[in-house]
Design a protein around this ligand. Structure first.
Ligand code: PA5
Length: 435
């Protein structure tokens, strides 16, 4: 079993073991809150046991629907925002070719809607959908979120015009609350196949429900392996009670120690472009869970080496307010070596025979060293490779660490009251009845 390893040597060598030893009890207490469900937010802890306790009958039905929809779709439209699309997008973008939109495989190509109100985006989407056979998942836990509701109206009208109402209803699945909400009512009324987001699983913790699993399976990836990775990581997170043995507890500990010592920003750093949506998902998970009561590390991200040529100067030399969490992947899925050139006019023959991963790793190591020298604390997370299994591990690792970290910080990690403020203003401006 490839395991996620967390390295905190740099931080320990700077601060000593004492802060780690001091915070251990608090971390363990926070973990107990998650497992016993005896703290604020305890009505949203369904994700803790989800990798084992998901609805097996619904999962089997989902696979049958995926096979049915895949057979008639070249494009699959996932309509959702925040926790209702970021988890699926993270896994799909981590595993598919960067050029999948141009070099299509046999599986449907997943596109997204409902995460934006950009008008031209929808014109461009509908132009694509004019020419491609497609089907749709509309995803909203509340069933009332404006952005996906607007997107669904637009896409539904297009689908019904293109295929007729009866066939359109065979090309839509709805993923929402079991009993209530506008999307629930539409789905019942139109007879769409429905999948449930459990009451006790919040949006940003929902990737291992049909919210994430159905789009990931539609893109052709192995959700059994994803769940297996999450199950194995869950066992580790639950069974191990020391910081030394439990990487999620250690991660939660280190980020709280650094926060208490004045660090304000955490940057998730990776040297692989296909992990960019891991960072987006992680930003929502930590930002929405911890950014409360004027507390919490601001989640930010960097891609190496790309952003070293844009943000590198600030990280090295700007205001000292950040820590870095570097996700290092040991093995790439494929190999590309630097070819030889007898003229060597570009002066890079010294790299001949080296793989891009060797060069990338040197860039990463060089960056760690430079940033440490520049006063930026660095935590390293080592992952063996990127596949469904290790992504499942990472999902559970970051979720569990987030719950522990939030309770240690002293906030309720499972609500998001701040998200309502913009909505009230927007509804007032749009003239929604009652606002
Ligand atoms: O984590 C959350 O709860 C939110 O980010 C939601 O996922 C997001 O607001 C979308 O909500 P809904 O699924 O109800 O449309």
């Amino acid at each position: 079993m490839g395991q996620i390893k967390i390295k905190t040597d740099h931080i320990v060598s700077k601060m000593g073991q004492e802060p780690i030893a001091q915070i251990e009890k608090e971390i363990l207490a926070a973990k107990e809150h998650l497992l016993k469900g005896d703290a604020e937010g305890n009505d949203f802890l369904g994700w803790v046991n989800l990798p084992e306790e998901y609805d097996k009958a619904e999962y089997a039905r989902m696979k049958a629907d995926v096979a049915r929809l895949s057979a008639k779709s070249k494009v699959f439209v996932v309509i959702g925002i925040g926790g209702s699309y970021l988890g699926a997008r993270m896994v799909i973008e981590a595993l598919q070719s960067e050029f999948a939109s141009m070099v299509r495989g046999e599986k449907p190509y997943v596109v997204y809607a409902g995460h934006t109100l950009g008008e031209d985006y929808y014109t461009q989407l509908l132009t694509l959908l004019d020419h491609e056979n497609y089907s749709v998942a509309v995803i909203s836990k509340s069933g009332t979120t404006t952005e996906p509701a607007v997107a669904f109206r637009i896409v539904k009208a297009h689908l019904e015009k293109k295929y007729g109402k009866a066939e359109a209803s065979q090309r839509i699945v709805a993923i929402t609350d079991a009993r209530k909400g506008a999307l629930h009512d539409i789905a019942v009324n139109e007879g769409y196949p429905m999948y449930v987001i459990p009451d006790n699983v919040g949006g940003r913790f929902s990737v291992l429900t049909p919210v994430g699993l159905l789009p990931i399976a539609m893109a052709g990836f192995d959700t059994d392996r994803l769940l297996q990775g999450a199950q194995d990581m869950r066992r580790l997170c639950i069974e191990k009670n020391t910081l030394a043995e439990n990487p999620a507890m250690m991660y939660a500990a280190v980020r709280n120690i650094l926060y208490r010592n004045g660090i304000k920003v955490e940057m998730l750093v990776s040297s692989l472009p296909n992990l960019r949506y891991l960072a987006e998902w992680w930003k929502q998970l930590y930002g929405e869970s911890e950014g409360k009561d004027h507390k919490g590390l601001l989640p930010h991200s960097l891609s190496i080496t790309t952003d070293l040529h844009s943000m590198g100067q600030y990280v090295q030399d700007g205001e000292r307010l950040m820590m870095e969490t570097m996700v290092h992947v040991a093995k790439p899925a494929t190999h590309v070596d630097v070819p030889t050139d007898e003229h060597n006019l570009d002066g890079i023959n010294y790299l001949v025979g080296k793989s891009l991963t060797e060069i990338n790793d040197c860039a990463m190591q060089g960056t760690v060293q430079a940033h440490l020298e520049g006063g930026v604390p660095v935590v390293e997370i080592d992952v063996d490779r990127i596949d469904e299994y290790t992504l499942g591990q990472m999902i559970y690792f970051f979720e569990f660490a987030c719950g522990v970290s939030g309770y240690t910080l002293g906030v309720n990690p499972f609500n998001q009251p701040g998200v309502e403020a913009y909505k009230k203003n927007m509804f007032h401006l749009l003239g929604k009845p009652g606002f």
